[in-house]
Ligand binder design. Sequence first.
Ligand code: DGT
Ligand code: MG
Length: 370
Amino acid sequence: QKPGLELAVVSVPSYACQRHTPLLHHNITLTDALSILAENAELGENEGRGVAFRRAAALLKSLPQEVRGAEQLRGLPCLGEHSLRVIKEVLEDGVSHEVETTTHSEQFKAMKALTGIFGVGAKTADRWFKEGIHTPSDLQRSGHTLNRAQRAGLQYYDELNLPVTKSEAVAIGQIVERAVHAVLPGAEITLIGGFRRGKQTGHDVDFLITHPDEGREEGLMPKVVSWLEAQGFLLYQKTTGNSYLESKEGPARPASNMDRFERCFSIFRLSTDNEGREIQTGNGPRSWRAVRVDLVVSPYSQFPFALLGWTGSKLFERELRRWAVHEKAMTLSSHALYDRKRTLYLRASSEEEIFAHLGLEYIPPCDRNA
Ligand code: DGT
Ligand code: MG
């Protein structure tokens, strides 16, 4: 028996939310290749294709050992024809021709650079690319009218594309805590997103804010933002009160809840004095850097759903919702879990209870890195 042949015998469940997916895994070369193809599909607004590559990559991330040969993949779920072809190529030749062509393509490079500007999505980037704009500098020179987010995104481009470290996330957390407690003592602040899953760096820092007395959290965001602005901590902010309405997910909520889920997309001005680090800019060095920060406020009764929904990974979230609908006839969102057969909302006071309602083994945040 070849080493590792037992992989194929172990049965691996097909939904990522049924599996433990640690941050560090054994198949980086393969998942990197598939992630590039996923990214390319997403940039080309081919969502279905993107998800197929992401699912294949997530399956490989959950395997207990390195895949050395294609025969080890027999019987495993989530591996479509295209993904299998790419995996086999990488296993045999060390690289995939399609991945190489993609990473070297002008279009992929330009789309990545342009969508790397805060406030720029795939549609806008594609329009600019077709006009011959390939880089942030091209955009700057083009004289295009940009919105406030895009202007900030361009201004802080280099810094916002620098990974945010865990210690920077902690420092931001202390500022957010001061702000929140100044305007609402007793409010609770939780670090969510990738850092809650144990990542050491991130593209932004995400926080969820709530208060044990339901209702006290209403109208909190504008007050927090005013405090942060007055103290000079914000370079940019946009607060939305109805992000839930705009999203397609989830059951319809009672009208009274509509504007309760507040979200703030911001750019913080974080001092780098503590680390003795200087940021190099076009105008010389300075002792602060720009950091993307997302703040979300949730009513206490929805907190476990918000916590689960904002911890990620994005694919893990997608798989949870898919599992809920297709296997349980339930609708899961960051606000609630609805049982469509019994036509009622299921309450939960912890993430564990939501997994239990869904008939899933509890997966801790550190194993949601699908
Ligand atoms: P990164 O890139 O290091 O920041 O990685 P993450 O996993 O922190 O990704 P991020 O910050 O884009 O999002 C964190 C999680 O929050 C993500 O897994 C799904 C969730 N999320 C992000 N945007 C939305 C949204 O608009 N609505 C809802 N319901 N969830 C969202
Ligand atoms: Mg994040």
